[in-house]
Each structure stands twice: as structure tokens, then as C-alpha cells.
Write a protein that binds this ligand. Structure first.
Ligand SMILES: [Zn+2]
Length: 249
């Protein structure tokens, strides 16, 4: 006949059972937390990888904008895209808050990184001359202060006059930029809007940013129709304001 357990023995069994339960709960929490982080990281990595795919495919707007949109659409809370290797590649860094477990964040943040080759710029017009380095000759000022080499300044005055004849006012907001000016602009605006110093065509003294308003505005339409016959082309499909003189300085 089996011996009956004493109350003390029954108590220690309950404590043991409780211990096992708590231990199991901890284990489940740890596994769930690791699993949650793992899934969150995989999803974020996918956001970064999709961003790479859409950047490398090329398109009408800037690679950085395309990449950022895609990463955000796939759950990345923070997106940072940097130009690396002298503009040859882009580094996409994404982050999202760590997944929560029973209301407690499992870690600080989930992060992922991916790298994209810079696609060839989608040029609307002729690439034109783009000598390496920064133009070092004399400069003339047009409109409120935009600078151009003398030949291109003459060409701008000519197209400005032609536009005026059609009731269109051209206004140049920015022309030649030296290395330091471009570096300051890059630091201020970041890689989505500005080119890193050394890679901007504004170094050539053949380029102007013109206040065209949105793409398809009256000024933009006039330039699109008449610019090429005067030697001016919109350089990049995603920058309706940026016009270059293809015959050079
Ligand atoms: Zn520009």
C-alpha cells in the first residue's frame, strides 16, 4: 500500500511545480523575443533589399527618393541613404522600433543595411560636356546672382529674351557653384536633393536652376518646347528646374 505524502512533501511539490512554470514562462518569453526580433529583422532586411531593387532598376525620379519610398512602404521607420565610394554606390540603412513582448520592447531597435549600385542618371537631354573638376575661368552674373561662364551667360540672355517675347519670364536662382559651395549645400540639403561636391554639374558653369515651378507649368512647358533649339536641355527627368547649356563654355 502506497504511503500518503506528508503536508510538507505536498508543499515542496507545489513549489517545484511553480518553479517549473515560471522557468517555462521565461523560456517562452526568451524564445518569443528572439523569434520576434528575428522576424522583425528579416522584414526590415527585406525593406532594405527592395529599396536596392527599385534603386538599381532606374526611373524618372531620384534614386534616393525611390529607395526611401520603397523602404518606408515596407515597414522601415527610419531610412538613411548615403552616397558612398565617390557616388558609385548607395548605402541604405533602415531601422524600426524593436518588437514588443507583453508590452515591453525586446531590445532597442531593429536595423538592417543593404547596398545598391548607383544607376546611370536618367538624362532627359544630351549629357553635354562635363569636364572633370571645377570650372576655373571667368564668370558673369545673370538675373539675381546666378553665375555662368561668359559664353553660357550670353546663351542664357538670348533664351531669356526669346522667352520674354512669348510672355514667359525666366528667373535663374542658381548657377555655377565651387567645391565649397556645393559641399555646404550638400551638408544642408542632404543626398536626396543635392549632389556631393565633385559630382554636381553646377561645377561646370553651364548649368542653371530656373524657377519653373512644378513640372508642366507654363514656364516649364515653354522651356521644354523651346530650350533645345537654343541649346538648353533639362538634364535630369526628376529636376524640372535644372537646365544645362549643351554647347559648353
Ligand atoms: Zn541644379
Amino acid at each position: 500500500m502506497q504511503r500518503r505524502r506528508t503536508p510538507a512533501e505536498r508543499g515542496s511539490t507545489s513549489i517545484l511545480a511553480l518553479g517549473i512554470l515560471v522557468g517555462a514562462a521565461f523560456l517562452v518569453a526568451i524564445v518569443a523575443s528572439l523569434g520576434g526580433s528575428y522576424v522583425a529583422h528579416a522584414e526590415l532586411q527585406q525593406a532594405a533589399d527592395l529599396s536596392v531593387a527599385v534603386i538599381e532598376r532606374g526611373g524618372a525620379d531620384s534614386p534616393q527618393l525611390r529607395g526611401e519610398r520603397m523602404a518606408r512602404a515596407n515597414g522601415a521607420g527610419r531610412v538613411r541613404i548615403d552616397t558612398i565610394e565617390d557616388g558609385a554606390r548607395l548605402r541604405i540603412r533602415v531601422a524600426a522600433p524593436a518588437p514588443r513582448l507583453f508590452g515591453v520592447p525586446a531590445g532597442l531597435q531593429v536595423r538592417a543595411v543593404a547596398y545598391a549600385d548607383m544607376p546611370a542618371p536618367a538624362l532627359v537631354g544630351d549629357g553635354g560636356p562635363n569636364p572633370p573638376g571645377v570650372y576655373a575661368g571667368s564668370l558673369e552674373v545673370v538675373d539675381g546672382g546666378a553665375r555662368l561662364c561668359p559664353r553660357v551667360a550670353r546663351a542664357y540672355r538670348a533664351i531669356d529674351t526669346a522667352a520674354g517675347g512669348d510672355g514667359i519670364t525666366l528667373w535663374a536662382t542658381s548657377g555655377f557653384r565651387g567645391w565649397a559651395e556645393q559641399a555646404a549645400l550638400y551638408a544642408q540639403l542632404g543626398p536626396v536633393i543635392a549632389a556631393p561636391p565633385g559630382t554636381s554639374r553646377h561645377h561646370d558653369a553651364t548649368e542653371l536652376d530656373i524657377a519653373v515651378g512644378p513640372a508642366g507649368s507654363a514656364v516649364h512647358r515653354w522651356l521644354t518646347t523651346n530650350g533645345p533649339t537654343h541649346g538648353w536641355v533639362q538634364r535630369y527627368s526628376w529636376e524640372p528646374w535644372h537646365w544645362g547649356y549643351v554647347r559648353g563654355c
